[in-house]
Design a protein around this ligand. Structure first.
Ligand SMILES: [Mg+2]
Length: 213
């Protein structure tokens, strides 16, 4: 049987709200700044990584403040733990590909609970004086080119499945053998002719895959 490898975005896909948008809106420059940065990114005036760096730099609060607010107001898709457990049972590798940050993902994904889960993300250095600083995984305009890991898996002969929702997922959706899309990723798939499964929650994804694998 074909060897599978499942990749998933984190923000807005596993987490119900985008943690970067949430933090920049609530602890940083505010909703208007987030909207204008989003517009500049969509217009191609600045790269996604430049936009994310500007959003994070606008936060001059402690990480503890951010952690408290995230824990109170952001949840993950309640169906994700069962999905990750199914991958473990089937020994299907599951990799989170994030344009966000390890420190934020770690608040929601407990390593003890999902020991085999791989997380590829950027690194954050919170600083109350200068604003939070970002260290990106690569020099691409995405900060983390999600297609790289997918192309490597394909080279190893794996059938790659990608689950995502947004702008930073476009390259991954183009590279993957199979795509699950929601929100703005749907429009991108339609525009570029990428076939996709539409989903709302990880329960939908699990149902589709369980029938086949
Ligand atoms: Mg996302």
């Amino acid at each position: 049987m074909t060897k599978l490898h499942i990749f998933s975005d984190f923000d807005g896909t596993i987490s119900q709200k985008d943690t970067l948008v949430f933090l920049a809106t609530n602890l940083g420059g505010g909703a208007e700044m987030v909207q204008s940065i989003g517009r500049l990114i969509r217009e191609g005036t600045i790269s996604l990584s430049e936009g994310i760096a500007a959003e994070m730099r606008s936060i001059r609060r402690s990480f503890a403040d951010a952690e408290q607010l995230l824990r109170e107001q952001v949840q993950i898709d309640p169906a994700f733990p069962a999905f990750a457990a199914w991958c473990e049972t089937k020994t299907i590798p599951l990799t989170i590909l994030s344009a966000g940050f390890h420190q934020l993902i770690d608040l929601f994904i407990r390593r003890e609970e999902f020991p085999r889960l791989e997380i590829l993300a950027n690194t954050l250095t919170p600083n109350e004086e200068t604003g939070w600083q970002c260290t990106f995984r690569d020099k691409s305009g995405w900060g983390h080119d999600k297609a790289v890991a997918i192309k490597a898996a394909k080279k190893r002969g794996e059938h790659t499945i990608f689950i995502g929702d947004g702008l930073s997922d476009r390259g991954a959706a183009e590279a993957a053998d199979e795509v699950f899309a929601k929100h703005s990723l749907i429009e991108h798939c339609r525009k570029t002719g990428i076939k996709f499964h539409e989903y709302q929650t990880f329960e939908d994804v699990l149902k589709t895959l369980q029938n086949r694998f």
